[in-house]
Ligand binder design. Structure first.
Ligand code: SAH
Ligand code: SF4
Ligand code: F3S
Length: 463
């Protein structure tokens, strides 16, 4: 057995202390979708490899990175507001590095605009060169002027080494593809994320297996339209096949994916969901609107009826499947009648919940140039009515859980509530009390309160 003398131990402790005081710190601010949340884990991985450690406050940081989103105007406004607010901090601490990346900077002309508005920003990078952040930090360290590098699309993809520093245990995000080819007329994503690029299935499976070996218990596969996975590689592999291959692992874990575009959602996928126990019986299938005229203008390539047929197919194979969606109001020319068709569809498809959005014109997209933009007060009225409907459906479905037992994967502790929390297979949040370290465990809860959107229960066993 190795013995440590007192002196050695004191020296080690001093080294630790010294190291800590010398350590540089990073602080990352993330906006947008799960794709960005996961990319911030990659940014964290890069910063750690450069010797930075995470810190809890901007004031303690030596580098602050903004990972931005531009899906709607208010996402951009938030980022602009928070970058602007750093001017004071930068003045007080000139050695602080400020880096801005993500979808917002990738828009044409955005980097120049950002630089002009906030000359104190040190590094600006785009969605295609996130992996270069370490190199950009080195360049900045040896020059006074800011470093701006935005690439216009790259064919090679980060497909081998997993550089992420993950913070979401027991859940893990895994990219299966990047970019989007669909050009829905309202959407900026294809412009800022480039064309579809699929990762090799063997690399994805190796990453998933590695995560399961480390004890992760829920894997969410990410892509803008997972159903077109493999199409860009000449059709050699498909998404349902990838799901089936991942599910060859026999231990207990959950597999989720997002997002599925309804236009390519079909029987092969539905069968995989039905056959593979690990795939959660929860499908996120963004419908956007219930009026065929609006769907056509949105370039979504399906009608309301076709959408509902797919829902029917899903429920035929997977009768207990929960369905969630993205729904938008106020698209150009949307009439009250069009909007009512959306409400009807939300009812008919029986979404258990939905993300609701007010249409926001995005410069460079087709819809931004369309006549018939909807006034703000009309959009406001419609979003309120839509949210009310969605919430009432969610509450109604939650109420059915009272007295029932659900199984959640415990993922966190809510300090405010003093309760642990986790989601069941269908995405419902369950809260409970425990003093037996439940994080990362599958816990059965007997539901005692189901009056709101969340469920509350008592632990009655573990898997
Ligand atoms: N690839 C996914 C969507 C990613 S964007 C899919 O097609 O399903 C997430 C959601 O943001 C979209 O589903 C849409 O509802 C919303 N969204 C996208 N662009 C928007 C815009 N310009 N205004 C308002 N909402 C928008
Ligand atoms: Fe945007 Fe449509 Fe692509 Fe989704 S499928 S990212 S909504 S263009
Ligand atoms: Fe996601 Fe926003 Fe970009 S939703 S893909 S971070 S524009």
């Amino acid at each position: 057995m190795k013995k440590f003398g007192k002196k050695v131990i004191i020296e080690c402790a001093l080294n630790e202390l010294y190291k800590d005081s010398m350590e540089k710190h990073y602080y990352i601010i993330t906006y947008g979708c799960q794709m960005n949340v996961h990319e911030s884990e990659k940014i964290a991985g890069i910063l750690r490899s450069k010797g930075y450690a995470e810190c809890g406050f901007q004031e303690e940081a030596d580098i602050i990175v903004f990972n931005t989103c531009c899906i709607r105007e208010n996402a951009e406004n938030h980022a602009y507001g928070n970058i602007g607010a750093l001017k004071k901090l930068k003045r007080a601490k000139p050695s602080l590095l400020i880096a801005v990346g993500g979808c917002m900077t990738q828009q044409s002309g955005a980097a120049e605009k950002l630089k002009k508005k906030f000359p104190f920003v040190d590094i600006i990078f785009g969605t295609h060169n996130l992996e270069d952040l370490g190199r950009l930090i080195d360049i900045k360290s040896s020059q006074k002027k800011s470093v701006i590098e935005i690439e216009e699309g790259r064919d090679d993809i980060g497909d081998d080494e997993d550089i992420s520093f993950r913070t979401s245990y027991p859940n893990a995000w895994v990219n299966i593809m990047y970019g989007c080819n669909n050009f829905c007329s309202y959407c900026i994503v294809p412009y800022v994320r480039g064309r579809e690029r699929s990762r090799r299935p063997e690399n994805i499976i190796a990453e998933v297996n590695g995560l399961l070996d480390q004890g992760y218990r829920e894997i969410t596969l990410l892509g803008q339209n997972v159903n077109s996975y493999g199409n860009d590689a000449g059709g050699g592999f498909t998404f349902p096949q990838l799901l089936r291959d991942i599910c060859k692992r026999k231990e207990k874990f959950r597999l989720r994916f997002m997002t599925s575009n309804p236009k390519d959602f079909g029987e092969e996928l539905v069968r995989a969901i039905a056959d593979c126990e690990q795939i959660c019986n929860l499908v996120h299938l963004p419908v956007q609107a219930g009026s065929d005229r609006i769907l056509r203008l949105m370039n979504r390539k399906y009608t309301a009826e076709e959408y509902l047929k797919k829902v029917e197919l899903l429920r035929k194979y997977v009768p207990d499947c929960c369905l969630t969606s993205d729904v938008m109001v106020g698209f150009p020319t949307e009439t009250e009648e069009d909007f009512r068709a959306t409400l009807d569809l939300v009812r008919e498809a029986k979404f258990s919940t939905a993300f609701t959005f007010v249409y926001s014109p995005r410069s460079g997209t087709k819809a931004a140039g369309m006549d018939g933009q909807i006034p703000d007060e009309v959009k406001k009225d419609r979003i309120m009515r839509l949210v009310e409907l969605v919430n009432s459906q969610t509450r109604e479905m939650s109420a059915e859980y009272l007295g029932k037992t659900i199984e959640i994967l415990c993922e966190d502790f809510d300090e405010k509530k003093g309760l642990y929390l986790g989601r069941d297979e269908y995405g419902r949040m369950g809260y409970f009390k425990s003093d037996a370290r439940p994080i990362g465990k599958f816990v059965r809860l007997k539901i005692t309160d189901a009056s709101g959107v969340s469920l509350y229960g008592e632990e009655c066993g573990r898997a």
